[in-house]
Design a protein. Structure first.
Length: 496
């Protein structure tokens, strides 16, 4: 749209309206192509999308894995298909597979989860994620294919009535668990130790391969499907080694190097070593995994030295292991995802598009939030306090913006588009307008009670204090002392 004179649907744009400025073209790969050629290619893309939009509903995507199927051929040109065309077909199938059943009701004990962290919970079964897994993974998947709020939650020992806020809070809690040391399913990528790019990304734990852990991975796939159906974005930072297989794309060496710069270090050393000197490297048929554990590439690999006679086999085995290191875990995720959404159609999407569907945008765009805000008496868009609020939020770091969103809405990421906002952000007045008063939020309704602070500096200080120190939901009831008291150890903690 930024290249055109009007913001129109792709297939409706007149090629003459395709008028990118020299500055716009200077930042893309099209800069050396004459404008008339660009317009001609644009016309071809438009016509292709008009035709493919008619054909797509007639294609059997169950045969997408068949090399010579039409579905597989369409998959190879997925990058040429407009997002709107993909989404139209996708939404049709999502609606057709929607269930009319009632939301499940679950009870989660966050005190139990916290005490388990302190005492030790090796498999994470007592974490918030583990408790939700126990409650929801073993019910029929159709109960999770519903509109809007997938489950209603009560937090044992805490106040709060779930009108949406507790549900979003539970999603935030389980996402935090998935990317923490308290749950063994995902680990920081090897680059997180300070080498290479994507140091904030997570990868599956290759050692997490028990039946319970694979079952938990399957539930992660279900959560992804729930997020897609209900537009409940998950605050997860997974690498392409997870997303690409879910859209039927192969893992390549660059995907591994993107999260593990040293993954093929031994292979590179071998390439730069004289074959007769390989024996002096003292390399054996082993490799360090993403979890830093030593893996035998073949039986007895610890005792087999790499020599010029077997170096080709070693290189082949290293590559095979690295490209398939997470296969068991990702396949389990894919199985769970397939029970919630029509997974065959995901082959139309790029892995980046799938990540956006599941996780939304990582950055909290304050201008986007502002465009989806409404103001209640006594405020309006031009109120001094409202302008102060947007200035304060604009000055926040990425992490502080996430804290603010969590404070007012129980989630850490914004929806993908304005149409996906189930509620608009409401800024309303506060009963007490003293500079000593903290802001109040109602996460179920996406509301912020904003005191009329005397200065922007004071507003910033008070909001920061609130979002960094308040992690509780509205206390509609009295807190139960019993829930927070010490409890005896449980002997039987197997899935029910």
């Amino acid at each position: 749209d930024s290249f055109c004179t009007e913001s129109l649907e792709f297939t409706q744009i007149n090629p003459d309206d395709f008028k990118p400025t020299p500055k716009q073209l200077s930042f893309c790969a099209l800069s050396d192509i004459p404008l008339d050629i660009l317009r001609f290619h644009f016309i071809l893309l438009q016509e292709f999308n008009r035709k493919i939009e008619v054909v797509l509903p007639l294609i059997d995507f169950n045969r997408v894995q068949s090399k010579w199927s039409l579905a597989n051929l369409i998959r190879t040109v997925r990058g040429l298909i407009a997002t709107r065309v993909k989404n139209k077909l996708w939404d049709t199938f999502i609606q057709a597979t929607m269930s009319n059943q009632r939301s499940a009701s679950i009870t989660i004990s966050r005190p139990k989860a916290q005490k388990a962290k302190e005492r030790g919970d090796p498999d994470g079964s007592k974490s918030v994620f583990g408790q939700i897994y126990r409650e929801l993974h073993f019910i029929h998947p159709s109960r999770l294919r519903i509109r809007n709020q997938t489950w209603h939650v009560s937090f044992a020992g805490e106040g709060g009535t779930d009108a949406g806020g507790l549900f979003r809070e539970s999603i935030s809690n389980l996402c935090n668990d998935l990317q923490s040391s308290h749950l063994p399913l995902f680990i920081p990528c090897p680059n997180s130790y300070g080498l290479g790019d994507n140091q904030d990304k997570y990868v599956p734990n290759p050692s997490a391969s028990s039946s319970l852990q694979l079952s938990m991975y399957s539930f992660v796939g279900k959560l992804m499907g729930i997020a897609i159906r209900g537009k409940h974005v998950l605050n997860l930072d997974f690498s392409s080694v997870i997303w690409k297989p879910l859209v039927s794309l192969p893992i390549q060496e660059e995907d591994i190097l993107a999260v593990d710069s040293l993954a093929f270090g031994p292979v590179n050393t071998i390439k730069n070593t004289n074959p007769d000197d390989l024996i002096h490297l003292n390399y054996t048929f082993t490799i360090s995994g993403a979890d830093k554990k030593l893996v035998k590439l073949k039986k007895g690999g610890k005792k087999i030295l790499v020599t010029k006679e077997n170096v080709d086999e070693y290189v082949k085995l290293v590559r095979e292991y690295k490209l398939n290191e997470f296969s068991a875990q990702v396949n389990a995720i894919k199985r769970g995802l397939a029970t919630i959404v029509p997974i065959q159609l995901l082959s139309l999407f790029s892995w980046q598009e799938l990540e956006l569907l599941v996780c939304g945008s990582r950055e909290v765009d304050i201008e986007f939030l502002k465009a989806n805000a409404i103001y209640l008496d006594p405020f309006n868009a031009s109120s001094k306090e409202v302008n102060m609020l947007w200035n304060v939020l604009g000055s926040f770091s990425h992490k502080e913006r996430q804290y603010f969103l969590r404070f007012v809405w129980g989630r850490s990421r914004l929806p993908i588009s304005s149409a996906d906002f189930t509620q608009k952000f409401q800024v309303m007045g506060c009963r007490n307008n003293s500079d000593h008063t903290l802001p109040v939020s109602h996460t179920c309704f996406f509301q912020l009670e904003l005191p009329r602070y005397s200065s922007e500096q004071i507003m910033r200080k008070k909001i920061l204090y609130a979002i960094e120190n308040c992690h509780s939901i509205d206390m509609d009831f009295n807190i139960s002392r019993e829930e927070w008291a010490d409890e005896p150890e449980e002997n039987d903690d197997k899935p029910k």
